[in-house]
Design a protein around this ligand. Structure first.
Ligand code: OXD
Ligand code: MN
Length: 616
């Protein structure tokens, strides 16, 4: 193995990668760890990522030369690229994601637990020699502004240049972070290998990966080890693995919350700002809400984050939130001119697309990008495609990776913390759940979050459409026992004196004929408007057994063509089917045994009582 500075070939990417000239005990610990990992994984070369624009350009160019990236038509989509993964590496793999706490009960029934020492043995076998023939990249990263008060840093070691390029968009990487480590800032270790060592002289493939995939978290030592996948959340370890699973553990111990939430500032026609965090399961339109273009005159939405929020009680008794990420790793299908013009604008240049279709003139396309379908495409697998092919041109979980700052809706101070006025919990529910319901207390809000269920989407493996529990949209992302996590939410609430109001929303309710009852997208601003006016104490609500819904006339429907019957159905609370849900909730709670906080059991009992009364 050789260090980059000793590499004889000093053109292209190999002109970069020297270890930063830092010294001291803290930096030596990082160097020792890199040496230890390199000794195990046996890469040909070690490259320290500096984060400079020239290095990034050389990295992307090296991937084009290797075939991992296709450079798109520079006139249509400047400095943008398409990656195509293999069929077995297209989504997060929840069944291959493990939480290895010392005690099984600390991982809880919703996580795959493995004994940490057994898992370490398995990983040592898998990772031994796994980087042969490849470069080990050292990626120091910061979640949140580098050096910011709510930020946390980590280091990802990876043999995937695609992961390095993605990390460069999704986080702040490079020398400044290494400097903080040298100054003694605490940092988290994350290790990733695609698990495809190359024999001497063996040619590489376009998308190296390994059929045996493991995405492993050690919450007690705050480590992530990911093997075998090059895709998204399995490989960009700062995102789901660190900023949610590991950070949720750090938050539990330090008194804050790491959440699967978008973050927006909604500004009313009078210029009043409302900060809203919203949790939705994966692929339920988070990016669309994060970049909402309100149809209600005078309203404006500024994007702060589209996927993750770190929330901390402030000295003023409010909950303050940051978006720890620096980019969007958004689902492409369904993102279009008519549904999310701001996202389409954000994607005009400097984008890494993955598994979308390629147009004959070297641009990209996916279902929903335009109203008209192109006559001829190369699909995400690289095969010829026409509208008659009978299969989607883009993979349903195809993605774009783009800097947050490129969004036309980005807030001017998006890297700063904001005080929360409202928290929204959403899901994809064809039945039962009203368009919007307000919780009557923090505990009721926590109950709402804890009982979310949603139809499965393509963001992870599993049968699309199937209903599953996804409390706080954190089911796949909570690094510890979810019952303890519910209790942590209640505790954080008890410590804050000016809590945000909590709402449940559902844009996806359908009529008996299978039609969506609510137009969604920009019209969701009407719900945001009602929520903001509730927060300001200016909108009327009425009680239902499941919470408060808009009083007649208080949801602004001006200019919207929704049938009265549809509106009624959108807010209908059927006690019988809600009692069925309550039974399922009890079964769900029972899977955690007596760890479920008493407050949530009380909420369930009170809900049942209200439903029984309503049923008469
Ligand atoms: C994501 C997800 O990629 O939730 O954001 O799967
Ligand atoms: Mn997500």
């Amino acid at each position: 193995m050789i260090d980059a500075q000793n590499d004889t070939q000093t053109t292209g990417l190999s002109a970069y990668g020297a270890r930063p000239a830092l010294s001291g005990v803290a930096f030596a610990r990082l160097v020792d760890w890199v040496d230890e990992i390199a000794a195990l994984m046996q890469p040909d070369r070690v490259h320290w990522v500096s984060g400079s624009p020239d290095e990034t350009a050389a990295l992307l160019e090296s991937m084009v030369a290797q075939g991992t990236l296709i450079r798109l038509n520079d006139e249509k989509r400047p400095n943008s690229f398409l990656a195509r993964s293999t069929e077995d590496d297209v989504a997060r793999l929840e069944s291959r994601t493990f939480i290895c706490s010392e005690r099984e009960e600390d991982a809880g029934p919703t996580n795959n637990w493995r004994d940490p020492s057994e898992m370490r043995g398995t990983l040592a076998g898998l990772f031994r020699g796994s980087m042969r023939g490849r470069t080990l990249f050292v990626v120091p990263f910061s979640m949140g502004r580098t050096g910011g008060p709510l930020s946390h840093i980590g280091v990802q070691l990876t043999d995937s240049p695609y992961a390095v390029a993605s990390m460069g968009v999704m986080t702040r990487v490079g020398d400044e972070v290494a400097q903080l480590i040298a100054e003694g800032a605490p940092w988290v270790r994350t290790v990733h290998s695609v698990g495809a060592p190359l024999a001497e002289g063996e040619a590489d493939v376009v998308w190296p990966s390994n059929p045996d995939k493991h995405i492993v978290h050690f919450p007690d030592t705050l480590e992530v080890w990911s093997f075998g996948s090059g895709y998204g959340g399995n490989a960009i370890l700062a995102k789901k693995c660190f900023a949610l699973r590991i950070a949720s553990v750090i938050g539990r111990d330090e008194g804050w919350l790491a959440e699967h939430m978008l973050l927006i500032r909604a500004v009313s026609p009078e210029g009043r700002a409302f900060h809203i965090a919203a949790a939705f399961p994966s692929a339920c339109g988070k990016t669309n809400l994060a970049m909402l273009r309100p149809t209600l005159p005078g309203w404006r939405v500024e994007t702060i984050g589209d996927d993750i929020a770190w929330i901390r009680p402030g000295e003023d008794g409010r909950l303050w939130a940051i978006n720890p990420e620096a980019g969007f790793f958004g689902v492409a299908p369904g993102t279009g001119e008519s549904t999310n013009a701001a996202a389409v604008e954000a994607l005009r240049e400097n984008v890494i697309f993955t598994n979308v279709a390629l147009t004959p003139d070297g641009d990209v396309w996916w279902e929903g990008l335009t109203d008209e379908t192109p006559e001829r495409l190369i699909d995400w697998r690289g095969d010829d495609w026409t509208p008659d092919s009978g299969r989607p041109a883009a993979h349903p979980n195809s993605r774009f990776t783009v800097a947050a700052s490129q969004s036309p809706t980005i807030s001017p101070d998006w890297e700063d913390a904001v005080p929360l006025d409202a928290i929204l919990f959403g899901g994809r529910r064809a039945t039962n759940v009203p368009l919007v319901v307000e919780a009557s207390s923090w505990e009721h809000g926590v109950f709402m979050g804890a009982t979310i269920s949603s139809e499965r989407t393509a963001a992870a493996e599993g049968t699309v459409g199937e209903l599953r529990r996804d409390p706080f949209a954190m089911m796949p992302f909570c690094g510890y026992n979810m019952a303890d996590y519910f209790a942590h939410w209640i505790r954080v609430g008890a410590r804050a004196s000016r809590l945000p109001a909590v709402f449940q929303v559902n844009w996806f309710r359908k009529g008996d004929d299978g039609r969506f009852l609510w137009p969604g997208f920009g019209e969701n601003a009407r719900v945001i408007d009602w929520i903001a006016r509730r927060v300001a104490g200016e909108a009327e609500a009425i009680e239902t057994p499941v919470g408060r819904v808009p009083a007649a006339g208080s949801l602004d429907l001006d200019g919207l063509d929704v049938r009265d019957a549809d509106l009624e159905e959108l807010f209908r609370v059927d006690p019988a089917s809600w009692l069925d849900e309550a039974r399922l909730t009890e079964e769900f709670f029972d899977t955690f045994g007596d760890r479920v906080p008493a407050e949530l059991r009380e909420q369930l009992a009170a809900l049942r009582e209200r439903l029984e009364t309503a049923r008469g």
